[in-house]
Design a protein around this ligand. Structure first.
Ligand code: SF4
Length: 491
């Protein structure tokens, strides 16, 4: 690593000890620990680790006052040096709402924090710069995460049935998940699997009544939900709201809480989405009989773009070397090539070079699935990015305003996006990744339509399998659970 990059990391990312991030400041945003000894114990442990590396405490009021008069850039930089420790009062699990006008596979997210120490210029969270800009972790104790995950498994069991029927599948979303979660927690006594499934079945019936679901669909759905053999796989993504691994050395949330809980639940899988390289905590699971339920999902892009748009982040080779090691331990690898960036001077040659480098470390047999997505930015995020870095080339002259598409984001024109996806997938295919399942993430309906015409047949993209979640489950859990479920429904 060059001394200049090293220095840039230090400036951008608080204090660095052996290349691990530690904050310069921390703020505890929890009003009371009364009757919450487990919460207090976790917070204490986190603080001890931060203070051992020089972090200084600020009160909530001090942290609020010092934001006054700061420029957007100063506010952003200070946020990346400050750790906010919170208790999440609602469930730590939620259902991902499909962005407007876009196609996405159904996702269940574990929320253990938001905003991370990396400095990706395209970060979605910059939309909230003027309301919250600090790296935030939720210090909820293990018991709370366990209860949330058990409840989420019962909800997913019903949701996966709803996904099979057109009249119910479009009803799924964040709000419905939260409603089920609330109903289960209010009525559950012992939180056993049987009890949760029974309550969930009642909630499902109620929902079907409200939606005036046609009798035939209703009958098929309830037969499936009440079938004790209906036990679908679930994949929990723990890196949608922040990086799954970047703060692990401070929180131990994956090692001590999420992974052990997931492995204790039948059919549950965990996805670690990350740009970090510190997978040492996974070594203890490398001989675990259920280790194939831990999926590493690294975000990767060309080195040229990492240098331009992820200042201070780990280089492509650093990430690939670390991944080569964990892949060797037998964990599944599911790379996320996103965002794809379009710029003059960075054409097909850079994609060729990128795939060549990828293959040196992660040959096709090491990868179970991959996804790619082109750069997309919401209005608020783009406004704030312009304020933080007025000269950034990320603010592309090619951007199309959201009003000209079915989505709600600024994107490159459809023709550019289609060409980017096609050249990337074709390069992957040419390098032997043709058998690896893939999808394009959060693409617009019209974008998917273009990609599934005869001209792009060779890309092997299947919108229905993606939208139903079947593709995710087949690729990541390597089972045919949903196909089986469809057969049960058809019977
Ligand atoms: S890793 Fe994700 S959450 Fe962290 S800065 Fe980058 S885009 Fe934002």
């Amino acid at each position: 690593m060059s001394p200049i990059r090293d220095l840039s990391r230090a400036i951008n990312r608080g204090i660095l000890i052996m290349d691990y991030f530690y904050p310069k400041y921390y703020v505890v945003g929890i009003d009371s620990f009364e009757n919450k000894p487990d919460l207090m114990a976790r917070v204490k442990k986190i603080i001890e680790k931060c203070e051992a590396h020089g972090a200084i405490q600020k009160t909530t009021e001090e942290a609020k006052q010092e934001l006054k008069g700061l420029s957007a850039k100063e506010r952003y930089d200070l946020g990346k040096q400050t750790l906010q420790i919170e208790e999440l009062k609602r469930s730590s699990v939620h259902f991902f709402n499909n962005p407007k006008g876009a196609v996405e596979s159904p996702k269940i997210i574990i929320n253990h924090g938001m905003i991370c120490p990396h400095s990706c210029q395209y970060c979605y969270w910059q939309k909230d710069l003027f309301t919250r800009s600090r790296i935030t972790i939720y210090a909820n104790p293990k018991k709370r995460f366990e209860a949330d995950l058990k409840v989420a498994m019962a909800i997913w069991r019903v949701f996966s049935a709803f996904l099979r029927i057109p009249s119910s599948k479009d009803r799924l979303g964040y709000g419905l998940f939260a409603k089920f979660d609330e109903g289960l927690k209010r009525n559950g006594k012992d939180f056993s699997e049987d009890e949760l499934n029974k309550i969930c079945s009642g909630l499902a019936e109620k929902a079907l009544d409200e939606w005036k679901t046609p009798q035939a669909d209703r009958k098929a759905l309830m037969a499936l939900i009440e079938n004790p053999n209906h036990s679908p796989n679930a994949v929990f993504n723990s890196g949608e709201d922040n990086d799954s691994v970047a703060l692990e050395h401070i929180t131990d949330v994956q090692k001590d809480i999420l992974i052990p809980t997931i492995l204790s639940l039948d059919k549950a899988h965990i996805m670690l989405r990350t740009k970090s390289i510190h997978y040492d905590f996974l070594e203890q699971f490398k001989d675990h009989e259920k280790k194939d339920r831990i999926i590493i999902s690294p975000s990767l892009m060309q080195q040229e773009f990492i240098e331009k748009y992820e200042p201070g982040n780990y280089s492509l080779k650093e990430r690939l070397k670390a991944l080569e090691k964990v892949a060797g331990w037998g964990f599944k690898i599911f790379p996320c090539f996103s965002p794809l960036i379009y710029e003059r001077g960075y054409g097909e040659e850079t994609v060729k070079q990128f795939v060549k480098t990828l293959k040196e470390y992660l040959p096709p047999e090491r990868i179970v699935y991959y996804t790619l997505g082109s750069l997309r930015l919401g209005k608020m995020a783009l406004r704030n990015i312009r304020m933080i870095r007025p000269d950034t080339a990320l603010d592309s002259p090619y951007f199309v305003h959201p009003k000209h598409s079915s989505g709600d984001k600024f994107r490159y024109p459809k023709i550019i996006r289609t060409k980017m996806y096609a050249s990337f997938i074709r390069e992957m295919n040419a390098n032997g990744y043709d058998k690896v399942a893939r999808y394009v993430q959060t693409e617009t309906v019209e974008g998917w339509k273009a990609l599934t015409t005869d001209k792009y047949k060779d890309l092997g993209l299947d919108i229905d399998k993606c939208r139903s979640g079947e593709l995710d489950l087949e690729a990541l859990t390597q089972t045919e659970t949903l196909v089986h479920t469809s057969r049960v429904l058809a019977a």
